[in-house]
Design a protein around this ligand. Structure first.
Ligand SMILES: [Zn+2]
Length: 251
């Protein structure tokens, strides 16, 4: 009886070990504790775009793709404020973390500027943390200083790697964009499908990228650095997520 039990236990051990080996290797970077303490809350992964120094080494733009792109760039810069995009995206990301913490489990890709995390790595970390969705925060830049407004990017339906997440990403984008535009009164540059973004193509969970405005437009750049305007962006995102995930309105 005892020998039989031991044999069964051994078989289970072998099964578990062989089955979970590839995951174990990849899980090195996963936020395992946050996954364990989720307690049924919706998990939002926040990726503040860019970092203090870009990394020009290349990585595949999608799993299995021969097309490569720089791992992560340093982003644009404010024409009036001189502020870098990576600083701005982190400011808003940290405020958003605060705003969401009570009702959601929040996973942060970064809390400081001095990191080196490629765009594929960012997506993979959100996947492994068990995110229900990933929100990427960015700001725009253009040689045309007149251009301003917000864009809402989501993964394209026509490439294999994001086929599974494209339609839900679009649904979230629709709700989010409506709420953020209502709150900020920003000019909308629309909802734009993208097939060329590494951070989308490596994602296995729905993902939205908000280009919060143009740092190369003097007015918008200054507005993006105002506390009050950042709070509006954050409130808009929170309202959008609340309505998509049916979290009861708090006020
Ligand atoms: Zn950017």
């Amino acid at each position: 009886m005892r020998a039989k039990l031991n044999a069964i236990l051994l078989a289970i051990m072998i099964l578990l070990t062989s089955g979970s080996l590839p995951n174990t290797v990849e899980a090195k970077t996963a936020d395992v504790t946050s996954l364990a303490s989720t307690m049924g809350k919706t998990v939002i992964c926040i990726d503040a775009g860019h970092q203090s120094k870009g990394n020009n080494s290349k990585e595949p733009v999608a799993p299995g793709s021969k097309t490569v792109k720089p791992k992560v760039s340093s982003g644009t810069q404010g024409i009036a404020t001189g502020k870098t995009e990576y600083k701005l995206t982190l400011e808003v990301a940290l405020k958003l973390e605060q705003a969401l913490q009570k009702d959601y489990k929040v996973v942060m890709i970064r809390r400081t500027n001095n990191v080196d995390i490629s765009n594929s790595e960012r997506a993979i970390r959100c996947n492994q943390a068990g995110a229900d969705m990933t929100l990427r925060l960015h700001a725009d830049g253009s040689v045309n200083r007149e251009i301003q407004g917000m864009s809402f990017l989501y993964p394209s339906t026509d490439i294999p790697s994001t086929k599974k997440i494209a339609s839900q990403s679009l649904e979230i984008t629709k709700v989010l964009s409506k709420a953020v535009l209502k709150e900020t009164q920003a000019t909308s540059r629309g909802l734009i499908p993208r097939s060329d973004l590494t951070g989308f193509n490596w994602s296995t969970v729905p993902v939205v990228l908000i280009e919060m405005g143009f740092m190369t437009n003097r007015n918008e750049d200054m507005k993006l650095s105002e506390d009050e305007y950042q709070d509006k962006i954050v409130q808009g995102i929170k309202r959008g997520l609340d309505s998509y995930y049916k979290v009861a309105a708090k006020n």
